[in-house]
Design a protein around this ligand. Structure first.
Ligand code: ADP
Ligand code: MG
Length: 427
């Protein structure tokens, strides 16, 4: 592994945030209603025969702990009623936690005075719901500027900010329209624009796309992922759709009956489901569509720069029994690929510029490319498939064996395969 490529892995992929978490939750628990609500009232009819345990109200969120790194896209996934919305709403105290600790940007929210809490809700955190309440008699621009309106910003600043946000979500032309002139998908974009215009660091999104039909939904997912890449807000995104969760999330927290059953990257969850419940859940996931080149890539064994000495590169390649290496330009982009035979022929000939010893025999894809789209590209050249970031820098490679291991479903072909499951996880 070369040191220059180690930074390609995010803090999230390394198993935990390195900087101060944007959100830190410890033992958060919510039990709705006072004891003595409907459940215990009815028990009176049975002469109090029910045990203590039966009378005890069920926790909607039960001892939930997690932390979210700044800029992370964190997904809470689970079936309906598993406690996702409850957890999300506790993050800005729309729902008051029964117990547990909640820090936002290092500040303890549970003890925050009302005024500061309002400030937090108005400025730092923005919530996007499944059904946006757009004001029907106000223009799209005014709707997008809602958060700024709430905090009394001037009309000119509001309009400017709202127009930027509308532009960003592809509704630049629609500022003067009324909500009823927009389609459902466009209205959802206004909601997204509203969140962006608010300038909040943290976006809480509760199934924002669930009501949209599949094609528009996919567009909105793409849009949100693109925005996230550029704007780097911290997002906590709730969904009951595992494919959506895996597609969007840096990490995913799976909930069941108010409890966290697993927290990890899509790949970790697919390779090592925490229990049978999760295993059952992921059996329907199309791994080739969910996993991307970026999620499975490895650091290349050897890379070279255009200024390197061919003999040195040859030696480094020989050490790992490699036959080819990516040659990077000064920006970290791919200048080409060199091979051992080209290098060997040049050694001793004083024709030493490595830049002259490259071919274009390689294929590279963007880190977001699903595995389904890279199958045909691997294993064809002397170097593994290259993976580049949005700026064209080489951030990793996908060797053929890595791709095959990632596509294999753990325990599918050998049902007694606890061991195999672990092996796959390590491949
Ligand atoms: N305001 C409430 N009062 C009482 N019980 C509630 C309330 N909101 C949610 N619940 C219950 O808490 C549990 C979790 O609900 P919720 O957080 O909405 O789950 P999800 O968002 O995953 O569908 C469910 O059993 C639900 O019925
Ligand atoms: Mg919900």
């Amino acid at each position: 592994m070369t040191t220059q490529l180690r930074g390609a892995q995010t803090a999230a992929q390394n198993g935990g945030p390195a900087a101060e978490p944007a959100i830190q939750v410890t033992g958060l628990t919510k039990i709705y209603g006072p004891r003595g609500g409907a459940a215990s009232k009815s028990s009176g009819w049975f002469g109090g025969k029910k045990s203590e345990a039966e009378n005890k109200p069920k926790a909607a969120a039960d001892d939930v702990s997690f932390s979210v790194a700044p800029g992370e896209f964190f997904v809470i996934m689970g079936l309906s009623g598993s406690g996702k919305s409850t957890v999300l709403r506790m993050l800005n105290r729309l729902v008051e936690p029964t117990s547990g600790e909640l820090l936002i940007g290092g500040r303890d929210v549970s003890t925050m005075p009302e005024g500061e809490l309002r400030e937090l809700r108005n400025r730092k955190i923005n919530m996007v719901f499944q059904h946006f309440a757009l004001f029907p008699h106000r223009t799209v621009r005014e709707n997008a500027a809602y958060a700024l309106h709430v905090r009394n910003e001037g009309a000119a600043a509001r309009a400017e900010r709202a127009d930027w946000a509308l532009q960003t979500v592809g509704l630049g032309e629609w500022g003067d329209a009324l909500p009823r002139e927009l389609s459902g998908g466009m209205r959802q974009r206004v909601g997204l624009a509203r969140a962006l215009a608010s300038d909040a660091d943290i976006l809480l999104m509760d199934e924002p796309f669930s009501a949209l039909d599949p094609l528009i939904r996919r567009d909105m997912q793409d849009l949100l992922m693109t925005l996230q890449r550029d704007l780097r807000r911290t997002v906590v995104f709730v969904t009951h759709d595992l494919n959506e969760a895996m597609r969007m999330g840096d990490r995913i927290m799976i909930m069941r009956n108010g409890r966290v059953v697993q927290l990890g990257t899509a790949q970790e969850i697919l390779n090592t489901p925490a229990d049978d419940y999760v295993a059952e859940f992921i059996s329907d996931v199309d791994r080739s569509r969910v996993l991307t080149a970026g999620t499975i890539m490895q650091a290349p064994l050897v890379t070279a720069t255009e200024h390197d000495d061919p003999e040195d590169v040859l030696r480094r390649l020989s050490n790992v029994e490699g036959v080819g290496a990516y040659v990077l330009n000064d920006e970290g982009g791919i200048a080409g690929v060199t091979r051992v035979d080209l290098l060997a022929a040049a050694v001793g000939q004083h024709r030493t510029a490595l830049g002259q010893l490259v071919t274009n025999e390689y294929r590279a894809v963007d880190a977001d490319t699903p595995l389904a789209d890279i199958c045909a590209l691997v294993g064809r050249n002397s170097v593994p498939l290259g993976v580049t970031d949005a700026d064209g820098r080489l951030v990793g490679v996908v060797p053929r064996a890595t791709l095959l291991a990632a596509l294999a479903t753990p325990g599918k072909d050998d049902s007694s395969a606890d061991g195999a499951r672990k092996d796959n996880g390590n491949a």
